[in-house]
Structure formats: structure tokens, C-alpha cells
Design a protein around this ligand. Structure first.
Ligand code: APR
Length: 248
């Protein structure tokens, strides 16, 4: 059920200085910046096979194909900018400080470019690479590799994008679980709710003895829609800017 005010618009959600808000973003929050989502019509998984470009097996089979896929996405990052949804979350962080826990499934840097300071990229980051062989630390890398995949200058192994592929363990699950436990508002934005563990976070929140308010924002109901108190249907760039009422 969605609370709609007299103007027919959604009633803003009151946020106090001491509020603890958990925000999970998916590809949809970057859609209005021109970044393709995965499962919408024409999305990335309609153009590429997941097993070819987003698994360790696919990388072992054809690292050049994987690097072309990520290089295309790296190139695009230079041409896109944050949209009002990213900016609204940066403003929310400005009001709440560390009362906001922002975790994203996205590998693009648009939250940071909008001014968000603390962003947990649970699926890694597009502009970072790491060695597929040795334990050297991941390093910032905005280069594109359209021909030969890069080779590690420390061990000679193959350098891979520092992103989490299917079958690999997402980052920050402990901090995420703690933040789900502590929040009083749980707010996913622009995610189809079809990929775990992220799609299961709302169930974790609802299993708490005192569950938080759970609100989804996106243009269509996600696969896990039944788990939410409310689904505020609309593009994030339109819904987020007016979503919060800051009680100073
Ligand atoms: N505003 C908000 N949401 C939007 C918008 C918009 N303007 N446009 C589309 N969406 C929504 C769609 O309705 C859809 O629910 O964004 C969602 C995109 O879903 P997916 O493409 O499945 O993206 P996501 O949920 O982030 O995928 C999760 O799957 O392939 C893996 O690692 C990849 O992180 C990704 C994960």
C-alpha cells in the first residue's frame, strides 16, 4: 500500500537526525544517467551471455571478450553523469552522516560523483582491476583493453576487472547484515530483486523482532515486491528528490 498525499503525490518520509536509513541501489538508479540496466528490455543481459562475460569460467575461457565487455562500460563512464536520484542520496548523507548506510550493487562511480562519501560497492567497482593470480591489492584502472588482456607486472598472471561475478562472494556482507539489523528505514532503489544475496536483504530486515519500515522505489514492482510495506512506483530521478522530509 502506498501512502499518497492530498496532492496525489507520495507523502514524504520523515527523517530525523537520529534516523538510521539503509539504502540499497541497483542498476535502475543509473538508468536516467544513460547507463544500461541488466534485465530491462535491451539491457546488458540481452546483449551478452552472463556466463561469457560475468563468470570466472567465462574469463578463463576468453579474457579478451570479458575485457571488451568491461572496457565498453569503462568508456561510457566518462560520458555519463549523476542524475537527481544520486544527488538526493548525497543530500541524505549530508543530513544523516553515518546514519545512512548506502550499499550499491552497481560498479559505476555515479554515487561518488554525486558527492556520496561512504558507498559500499558489494559487487566491486568498474574502475578498479586486480590480478587473477597473485594477492596484490586491487588498483585503480580506467584503461580499456580491446585487444590483449593486461598482464600482472608482479607475477605475470592475467589482470581482471575487480568486480564480483556470478558464483563469487559479494563484498561487505558482515557490515550489510549489521546495518540491516540497526536500520529503521530499509529502502532499495532500482533493483529487480532477482539476484541474491541482495534480493534477500528485505527478508532479513522483516525477520527482525522489530522490523524497519520497508519501501521500494522504482518504475515497476520488483520480484520481491510482496516483502515491502510500500512500493513507490516511478523513476528514481523523479521519486527520490522529494522522498524525504528532513526534521531538523
Ligand atoms: N529508476 C529506478 N529504477 C529503474 C529505472 C529508473 N529510472 N529504470 C529501470 N529501473 C529498474 C527496473 O524496473 C528494474 O527493476 O531497475 C531495475 C533493474 O534491474 P536489473 O537490470 O536486474 O538490475 P539489478 O537489480 O541492479 O541487478 C542486480 O544482477 O547481473 C547482476 O551484478 C549484476 O548488480 C547486478 C545484479
Amino acid at each position: 500500500m502506498s501512502r499518497v498525499g492530498p496532492s496525489g503525490e507520495f507523502e514524504p518520509i520523515a527523517v530525523k537526525r537520529e534516523s538510521r536509513v539503509f539504502v540499497l541501489t541497483g542498476a535502475g538508479i543509473s538508468a536516467e544517467s544513460g547507463v544500461a540496466t541488466f534485465r530491462d528490455a535491451g539491457g546488458l543481459w540481452y546483449q551478452h551471455r552472463v556466463e561469457d562475460v560475468a563468470t570466472a569460467e567465462g574469463f578463463a575461457r576468453d579474457p579478451r571478450l570479458v575485457w571488451r565487455f568491461y572496457s565498453e562500460r569503462r568508456k561510457q563512464i566518462g560520458e555519463v553523469k549523476p542524475n537527481p536520484a544520486h544527488l538526493a542520496l548525497a543530500e541524505l548523507e549530508g543530513f544523516l552522516g553515518d546514519g545512512l548506510f548506502l550499499v550499491t550493487q552497481n560498479v559505476d562511480p555515479l554515487h561518488e560523483l554525486a558527492g556520496s562519501k561512504r558507498v559500499l560497492h558489494m559487487h566491486g567497482e568498474l574502475l578498479t582491476s586486480r590480478c587473477d593470480t597473485c594477492p596484490r591489492r586491487p588498483f585503480r584502472d580506467d584503461r580499456t583493453y580491446l585487444d590483449d588482456p593486461p598482464v600482472c607486472d608482479e607475477c605475470g598472471g592475467t589482470i581482471r576487472p575487480d568486480v564480483i561475478w556470478f558464483g563469487e562472494i559479494p563484498l561487505g556482507l558482515r557490515e550489510i547484515a549489521d546495518a540491516i539489523e540497526a536500520c529503521d528505514l530499509f529502502l532499495p532503489v532500482g533493483s529487480s530483486g532477482s539476484v541474491y544475496p541482495a534480493a534477500g536483504f528485505v527478508a532479513e530486515a522483516r525477520e527482525r523482532s522489530r522490523p524497519p519500515r520497508t519501501v521500494y522505489v522504482g518504475p515497476e514492482r520488483p520480484d520481491n515486491a510482496s516483502m515491502f510495506d510500500e512500493c513507490r512506483l516511478g523513476p528514481a530521478g523523479r521519486v527520490l528528490p522529494g522522498l524525504f522530509k528532513f526534521l531538523r
